[in-house]
Design a protein around this ligand. Structure first.
Ligand SMILES: Nc1ncnc2c1ncn2[C@@H]1O[C@H](COP(=O)(O)OP(=O)(O)OP(=O)(O)O)[C@@H](O)[C@H]1O
Length: 235
């Protein structure tokens, strides 16, 4: 059996007649921690929303665990679309109750552990959360499901540098070893040492997909490699 968890073939996506992504081809294997890197507006969020089945009307094929059907894909991957569907006046506990209802694979005990680890009070309303607390809640919700593919869209912007590595380290320890995590960001942060692979989005498509070992074989850190991709753009 193939250990491929994600297969994207010839994906293109337009919004209001503007090409946002074109000729995207990407394969990810089980058990990998993969960074999806690119500048603001490169198309990282759009790509995640397409994989997750939230953005529709794309051209091409998106397969998760061998299935292209959106509903089946949603059952196999875990993605929290910025809590956009929830009113600000509801409490964390109410969001959790919603997740328990909707997702058969939501593990309440796992959420409890993550919630305590993130120091989140279940009685707090979404409107009371700081940006970092909100991001921690998204991470906790996402990883409380048992999925084969986890999508994290810029999860750390408001989380302090010390906590970032601690959080991602713990998640990697908790997750099933066969589960793959795709994490988007616009710079390589404290988590670069934990990455297995790097995917770079530039000019509306995937510019490069490399393993961390390949990058390091060229005697480069991931930071140097990523910065090098943008050197030609500088004046
Ligand atoms: N609703 C929309 N209508 C038209 N264009 C859009 C819409 N949403 C996003 N875009 C465009 O799609 C492109 C990709 O946006 P996207 O949010 O996917 O980028 P990103 O890589 O996640 O950026 P960031 O790092 O800033 O979050 C951008 O050029 C943006 O202007």
């Amino acid at each position: 059996m193939s250990d491929n968890v994600l297969a994207i073939k010839d994906l293109s996506y337009k919004k209001n007649q503007k090409t946002i992504l074109h000729d995207v081809n990407l394969n990810l294997d089980q058990g990998k921690i993969v960074a999806l890197l690119g500048e603001n507006g490169a198309g990282k969020t759009t790509l995640m929303r397409i994989i997750a089945g939230v953005a529709k009307n794309y051209k091409g094929e998106v397969e998760v665990d061998g299935t292209t059907k959106e509903a089946d894909r949603k059952a196999k991957l875990s993605f929290t679309d910025g809590l956009s569907g929830f009113s600000d006046s509801i409490k964390i506990q109410e969001v959790v109750d919603f997740y328990i209802n909707i997702f058969n694979d939501f593990d309440e005990n796992e959420f409890e552990e993550l919630r305590k680890f993130m120091k989140l009070d279940p009685e707090m309303k979404l409107s009371q959360l700081s940006r970092g607390m909100r991001e921690k809640l998204i991470i906790a919700l996402t990883f409380s499901r048992k999925a084969d593919l986890y999508l994290l869209d810029e999860p750390f912007g408001g989380i302090d540098a010390m906590a970032r590595k601690k959080i991602i380290n713990s998640i990697i320890m908790w997750k099933d070893e066969k589960a793959t995590i795709l994490i988007s960001d616009h710079f390589v942060n404290e988590i670069s040492t934990l990455l297995d692979e790097v995917v770079v989005v530039k000019n509306d498509t995937i510019l490069e997909h490399k393993t961390a070992d390949e990058i390091r074989e060229n005697h480069k850190s991931i930071e140097e490699y990523y910065e090098g991709l943008y050197e030609d753009d500088d004046e």
